[in-house]
Design a protein around this ligand. Structure first.
Ligand SMILES: NC(=O)c1ccc[n+]([C@@H]2O[C@H](COP(=O)([O-])OP(=O)(O)OC[C@H]3O[C@@H](n4cnc5c(N)ncnc54)[C@H](OP(=O)(O)O)[C@@H]3O)[C@@H](O)[C@H]2O)c1
Length: 437
């Protein structure tokens, strides 16, 4: 008689691990009905036994070490929810090579070592699933790998970091400083005590590296992603964005061109008409354009205990179904191509430029001349405020450019900075889409 359960080894009983345990317990009968087998957590690896006690997990279920888990022949799937790179990466590699299927939510490891992990899964003839590593509970990885697989994906644009979207939403709604909005995020439990991975854009970079690798069947690692965080955004930029019909969002953008792929994370002026512009607070969304499907958008909670557990448990059920039908290995590494990653200087987009200059006749003509010499054409000059710096009358100028090569803008800014009329270049923010007239 076939065994009626599938054995799971659960690594980590923190936020997500506890959520997975609770979900498998609370929805056990429904899950069993749907896959025809029970999912049974046979062993747990966790440093803090108190976490197991709170969940009512018997002490005998706690593994002494990882070896005990991979040596158990009745454990077919290892769920890695420890976080960090090591020992999570080493544990996953070992499990896969030993013929255990692996599910993880670990974007750090998947983004940097995805290829190695897939090779190990191939060697062990097992499945490697990581839906929860991007967008928490949002099922975007499966959508890309399965439902949208017939498309040529043209672009993927994500709001994939809830902390920064919360901060930017608060800045936009209340016109408060970045530091104040960050503090509010920390008080609400949406930002870590050390928020740098979120506010500097590195968390989003890992997620877009994963999505780009799948969407373009190539290998994109976090080092390939241009990253700029949101710490330089001030209320003045938020106000001008609104006046001009935009919102400021931290976007993770991946696009494919004939010359290669462009993968970048930075704050952007996003047209209020764009579907992503309505994504507020800690919510995440991923907007995908495919040549057959057209525009689609996936929206939901990008983190949190139960949304993330939902994605992990979904992966477990899919592996169980694969096991039942002898269909393991349906989704090997999608990164079989090696596409050129276009450097940021070669990217074409529009730019918002805010600068403080001496308020003198002819200054605008000088600025327009420098920009023109670098093929940067101005779509609109939209604001002008008078300020006094050390008693000198200065003017704030806000420009939006037409689409232009980034290198040209950088070169023009370098020249502008050296001019005697220049007070300061206050900000340069990329604009998503042609500015509206
Ligand atoms: N939290 C979310 O909303 C969310 C969303 C999407 C993806 N993720 C990903 O899910 C993973 C888990 O995140 P989490 O928020 O659940 O983290 P967490 O709350 O810190 O949980 C990790 C747990 O694993 C334990 N642990 C770590 N290393 C261990 C080791 N070597 N041996 C035994 N126990 C160990 C930790 O114990 P100690 O506390 O004692 O170290 C902790 O209890 C991460 O990769 C994260 O990026 C999380």
């Amino acid at each position: 008689m076939k065994d009626a359960s599938i054995g799971i080894g659960l690594l980590g009983l923190g936020t997500v691990g506890s959520g997975v345990y609770k979900l498998l317990r609370e929805n056990a009968s429904q899950i069993a009905q749907r896959i025809g087998k029970r999912l049974e957590v046979r062993m747990v690896l966790e440093r803090d036994p108190e976490r197991a006690r709170i969940l009512g997990i018997a002490p005998a279920t706690l593994a002494r070490d990882f070896e005990e888990i991979i040596d158990d022949p009745q454990i077919q799937i290892v769920v890695e929810l420890l976080g960090g790179v090591e020992p999570a990466r080493a544990f996953m590699l070992k499990a896969l090579r030993r013929g255990k299927h692996v599910v993880t939510a670990n974007k750090d490891v998947v983004a940097a070592y995805g290829k190695e992990l897939f090779e190990a899964a191939d060697a062990g003839r097992v499945d490697f699933y990581f839906e929860a590593s991007v967008g928490g509970g949002i099922p975007v990885i499966h959508a890309l790998k399965e439902n949208l697989a017939a498309n040529k994906i043209e672009e993927v644009i994500g709001i994939v970091n809830g902390t920064t979207n919360y901060i930017l939403t608060r800045m936009s709604e209340e016109q408060i400083e970045f530091s104040e909005a960050l503090q509010a995020a920390q008080e609400a439990g949406y930002a870590e005590a050390d928020p740098s991975a979120d506010i500097d854009g590195y968390d989003a970079a890992r997620k877009i590296a994963i999505l780009a690798s799948i969407a373009f069947n190539s290998r994109v690692t976090p080092e390939n992603v241009f990253v700029e965080g949101i710490t330089g955004i001030v209320p003045q930029d938020v106000i001008y964005a609104r006046e001009l019909g935009y919102v400021i969002k931290l976007l993770a953008i991946a696009r494919e061109y004939n010359e290669g792929v462009e993968v970048r994370v930075h704050p952007a002026f996003l047209s209020r008409n764009h579907p992503l512009a309505a994504v507020q607070g800690v919510f995440n969304a991923i907007y995908i354009n495919g040549n057959a499907v057209g525009e689609t958008m996936f929206y939901g909670q990008g983190a949190g205990q139960m949304p993330t557990a939902s994605a992990v448990a979904g992966d477990l059920m899919e592996i169980a179904r694969n096991l039942e039908s002898g269909a393991t290995g349906r989704f090997p590494c999608s990164c079989y191509l090696d596409k050129h990653v276009i450097p940021i200087g070669q990217v074409h987009t529009n730019y918002y430029l805010r600068m403080i200059v001496k308020d003198k006749p002819g200054v605008m003509a000088t600025i327009a001349g420098v920009l023109g010499n670098h093929q940067v054409s101005i779509a609109s000059v939209i604001q002008k405020r008078t300020l006094f710096t050390n008693g000198e009358r200065m003017a704030e100028i806000v420009l939006i450019t037409h689409e232009v090569l980034e290198q040209n803008v950088q070169d023009a800014l370098a020249v502008l900075k050296s001019l005697s009329i220049m007070g300061s270049i206050e900000n340069m923010i990329r604009v998503e889409g042609e500015p509206r007239p």
